[in-house]
Design a protein around this ligand. Structure first.
Ligand code: C2O
Length: 506
């Protein structure tokens, strides 16, 4: 195993998109930030120096951080932010994970521009459980504002309203040539005839679940959130923010240029950016290479309608773990219907309380029919205590407050099994019987169906303070977040290490 040392300098950098230049917060002047490539078993040491005027932290999304919670990164949970002028070194080892993850800022809305891919290859001597791809390309889907994202969220918090929707979606930081002033930067992804290539697709957008497709090409899905899946084919994928999907594509079409495109999956009754971002899949033998004949438009893929929940459901139900998982009947904890206690808890002893309710004091359901007074979050820092080794089941119920929406719920420090999902209200009597305890997919972010529910399970084998939150950042702003406090257990292996000396204090 290797140790990889990196320096991340957080700094304001002029970035030009959509005909305008403004200062964006970047890592080492790059937007998106650097791709980190490691192997299972390797150690990453990343020194983050903050030369911007905002507080910042970096989170390694999906890394299990076994007993290294101090490197997890969510501000006010496992650390206080790195102040302007400060620095902090994140240090962790990849243990038993392979596939596509990513890293991003975990402070306010800085992750709008502060993010990058984190790719984990198999150990030396190990191989992929699928055809070795000829070429691998990270595809980072993002959102771009014609403004400073921090100002956008500040304005939203001040007015209590929804923030402005973004001005463009992006692929690897570029809106693509369907947007104004954007044709020059359009990303070109090469493919050779007959090749099998791997695309590592990441939804890094702040607030928007996205559909993604490539004209005339099928995807074979082989992984998601750095867990392998039983391969299946599809023409379109949907990713909630935070989710990753690894797909194989074959160079089996006439040599030409094909658009790959992403746009919103949106069931909420809200204004959103309904435009389409594109990049170009270009055959190396295409009669017309991009530079020579810019007037030939590539072929456009068919993307589902914005509110096409049927396509999303069919897609998410195709996911299976590639192996039978040893799945004991867990302790059936009382299903928690809803995170009804907003407010970001802090993992600092003495700051949080441990009275996060096991059951919501008010019955919420998918019709959203609750008194208007309950729409308003109450500030709080309540954590939910878990005994080391306990078997946890969580029922995530969409409550349709304000509007029904697909919520990508992300848990730090763990991967979990998604044992079931459905529509309406979760019914413990009948729905428990439908659980997949044989080959449920493993993920770190579950797209909870709009007007529906999902059930996840995990074993609390990683001590620390672990935030669980909606990965639509505007919902974190509104309080859709809570923390699990997993105790140290017994014995040295379970014990969390003492905090590093440079851990930023409050
Ligand atoms: Cu990808 Cu708590 O975040």
């Amino acid at each position: 195993p290797k140790t990889h040392n990196h320096d991340f300098v957080i700094q304001a950098t002029p970035v030009k998109r959509l005909c305008k230049t403004h200062n964006s917060i970047t890592v080492n002047g790059q937007y998106p930030g650097p791709t980190l490539e490691v192997s299972n078993g390797d150690t990453l040491v990343v020194k983050v120096t903050n030369k911007a005027r905002y507080n910042v932290t970096i989170h390694w999304h999906g890394i299990r951080q076994m007993r290294t919670g101090w490197a997890d990164g969510p501000e006010f949970v496992t650390q206080c932010p790195i102040r302007p002028g400060g620095s902090y070194t994140y240090r962790f080892t990849i243990q038993g994970q392979e596939g596509t993850l990513w890293w991003h800022a975990h402070s306010s809305w800085l992750r709008a521009t502060v993010y990058g891919a984190l790719i984990i290859k198999p150990r030396q001597g190990d191989s992929y459980p699928f055809t070795k791809p000829k070429r691998e390309t990270p595809i980072l889907l993002g959102e771009w504002w014609d403004a400073n994202p921090i100002d956008v969220v500040r304005q939203a918090t001040r007015t209590g309203g929804a923030p402005n929707s973004s001005d463009a979606y992006t692929i690897n930081g570029q809106p693509g040539d369907l947007y104004n002033c954007s044709s020059k930067g359009t990303v070109v992804v090469p493919i050779g005839s007959g090749e099998t290539n791997l695309l590592r697709v990441i939804n890094a957008a702040l607030n928007q679940p996205l559909f993604f497709a490539i004209a005339n090409h099928k995807f074979t899905v082989v992984g998601a959130d750095a867990s392998y899946v039983k391969p299946f084919t599809t023409t379109v994928i949907m990713l909630g923010p935070g989710q990753t999907t690894d797909v194989l594509i074959n160079g089996d079409q006439p040599p030409a240029r094909y658009y790959m495109a992403a746009r919103a999956y949106q069931t909420a009754n809200a204004t959103f950016d309904n435009t389409t971002t594109t990049a170009i899949l270009e055959y190396k033998s295409a009669p017309c290479a991009s530079k020579n004949c810019p007037t030939t438009k590539p072929i456009m893929p068919q993307l589902p309608a914005f509110n096409d929940t049927n396509t999303v459901t069919a897609f998410s139900k195709s996911f299976r773990s590639p192996r039978r998982v040893e799945h004991e009947q867990p302790l059936l904890r009382s299903p928690k219907q809803h995170f009804n206690s907003p407010g970001l808890p802090a993992g600092i002893p003495g700051v949080f309380t441990t009275d996060f309710p096991a059951n919501p004091p008010v019955k919420f359901d998918y019709t959203g029919n609750v008194s208007r007074s309950l729409w308003q979050p109450i500030p709080g820092t309540k954590g939910y205590k878990l005994k080391y080794g306990s078997k946890v089941q969580i029922v995530l119920q969409d409550t349709s407050i304000v509007t029904p929406e697909n919520h990508p719920i992300h848990l730090h420090g763990y991967d979990f099994y998604i044992v079931a999902e459905g529509f309406g209200n979760f019914n413990p009597q009948t729905d428990t019987k439908k659980f997949n305890l044989v080959d449920p997919p493993m993920r770190n972010t579950v797209a909870v169906p709009s007007n529906g529910w999902a059930v996840i399970r995990f074993v609390a084998d990683n001590p620390g303070a672990w935030i669980m939150h909606c990965h639509l950042d505007v919902h974190i702003t509104w309080g859709l977040a809570m923390v699990f406090l997993v105790d140290n257990g017994v014995g040295e292996l379970q014990t969390i290490e003492p905090p590093p000396a440079d851990l930023p204090l409050c």
